[in-house]
Design a protein around this ligand. Structure first.
Ligand SMILES: NC(=O)c1ccc[n+]([C@@H]2O[C@H](COP(=O)([O-])OP(=O)(O)OC[C@H]3O[C@@H](n4cnc5c(N)ncnc54)[C@H](O)[C@@H]3O)[C@@H](O)[C@H]2O)c1
Length: 397
């Protein structure tokens, strides 16, 4: 399905020609799946510049293959500056708003909402900058950053909150990926084990559902009472970080909040607990706090490190951290590639939409156009051999 869908997308963008001669700067996970998507995007006749959003998820073979396709790739945080110094992109597609933030910094923009200076010149842009037609953002964390800014220099499509990304990739893709990651990392059956999931957005909810389907007993933590209520009616026990961490075999974080765990949380961890983060930021686990209180650190495998802690009056406990706190499903490439390819297909058509229609778009956060998601869904159904299954024409609003 994956290659068929990307082929269909490549045919459409190549026929329409909106991207021919355009420069696209793309900050993303540099994996084999992005390599397929990049190859499809290139068939539109665009020039592609790529940067890595997380060095831990970058795959050297995929990077080499993309370079062989003629893509300029810049690594590391400084790579984002280098990429923008070397090119003037027409569209910036981002993961975590990292590349757009650098573009804004270079051009003297980017004040946050509380900044008085910025409100004095809302929407102001550097006189010399060539302003991209627009951008895209695919993550919750990037959208949260974007909403803290006073103004945006160009339109930015919020792919994360689109129906395809939020309901298929975030829920099913990550959920399935965590079950597979657990199997690889624990080398034991999930059946009958206790799991605790922190964060009950689409990502955490998917993880909770998939872990439950795998046979685990799942409890949920969320700071938002509405999300707690939703988890309750979905049939999950509610708990706190401290209680959840002290009882479970698997602890999953899915909040996107930097510094979620504190020293006083780690001290209560169950002996042998496996901790997996799927939130965008590796800093969600605040591993520095764990390192400070641990008296031993043992590398179990490439993707698993065990810390031992002891507190006065209690036995020592071992805590296993997956993929150094980086999103484990992305690092281990677990879960079906289909949900990821669906979001990449959406991202490609959003990039095309920006290039084609930017003059009619306002410089603000915008939803994924209805027709973009409709086209991706129709092409995906075709790739799955399910064309003709969507019978009625929904109201486009
Ligand atoms: N690993 C992946 O492949 C992947 C895919 C998509 C998104 N993400 C990332 O996953 C994270 C979650 O995404 P989402 O769309 O579900 O976000 P969301 O904002 O909808 O949900 C996050 C939830 O965490 C809760 N939360 C925040 N701080 C908390 C705290 N201190 N204690 C308890 N709960 C807290 C919030 O109330 C919210 O319900 C984001 O960082 C996102 O970028 C990862």
């Amino acid at each position: 399905m994956e290659q068929r869908l990307l082929n269909l997308v490549a045919e459409r963008i190549s026929e329409r020609g909106h991207l021919r001669g355009k420069t696209i700067a793309w900050n993303c996970h540099l994996t084999s799946l992005t390599e397929w998507a990049a190859a499809a995007l290139l068939r539109s006749g665009c020039r592609l510049i790529m940067t890595e959003c997380n060095s831990s998820t970058s795959d050297a073979a995929a990077i080499r293959a993309m370079e062989n396709l003629g893509i300029s790739i810049y690594l590391g945080e400084s790579g984002r500056h280098q990429a923008l110094a070397a090119s003037t992109p027409d569209v910036i597609s981002d993961t975590g708003l990292e590349l757009i933030t650098v573009w804004m910094q270079i051009n003297g923009l980017g004040s946050q909402k509380s900044d008085r200076q910025a409100s004095a010149s809302p929407g102001g842009t550097a006189a010399t900058a060539k302003i991209p037609s627009g951008g895209c953002e695919i993550t919750t964390s990037g959208i949260m950053r974007l909403r803290r800014l006073n103004s945006l220099p160009f339109p930015i499509l919020n792919i994360n909150n689109g129906r395809i990304k939020s309901t298929i990739e975030n829920f099913h893709g990550v959920g399935q990926g965590v079950v597979e990651a657990y199997n690889i990392l624990s080398q034991s059956s999930p059946v009958g084990k206790q799991a605790c999931v922190v964060g009950y957005g689409n990502v955490g909810a998917g993880v909770a559902h998939y872990l439950q389907k795998s046979g685990m007993h799942v409890s949920v933590v969320d700071a938002d009472p509405v999300r707690c209520l939703a988890a309750h009616y979905d049939g999950f026990a509610l708990t706190t970080i401290k209680d959840g961490l002290s009882r479970c075999d698997l602890f999953v974080t899915a909040t996107g909040k930097i510094g979620l765990l504190r020293k006083e949380d780690w001290i209560h961890a169950n002996d042998g607990v496996l901790v997996i983060n799927v939130g965008h930021n590796k800093e969600e686990l605040a591993l520095d706090h764990l390192k400070e209180i641990s008296n031993r650190c043992l590398t179990i495998s490439d993707h698993l490190v065990e810390y031992e802690i002891s507190s006065p009056g209690s036995l020592s406990r071992r805590i296993r951290i997956a993929t150094d706190g980086n999103p484990a499903n992305v690092v281990l490439l677990t879960g079906s590639p289909e949900p990821t390819i669906l979001h990449l297909a959406t991202e490609i058509l959003c990039i095309e939409h920006i290039a084609a229609y930017s003059s009619s778009l306002d410089s603000r956060e915008l939803p994924v156009p209805f027709l973009v998601e409709k086209e991706v869904a129709e092409l995906a159904l075709e790739a799955l051999g399910l064309s003709g299954c969507a019978h009625s024409e929904p109201d486009s609003g």
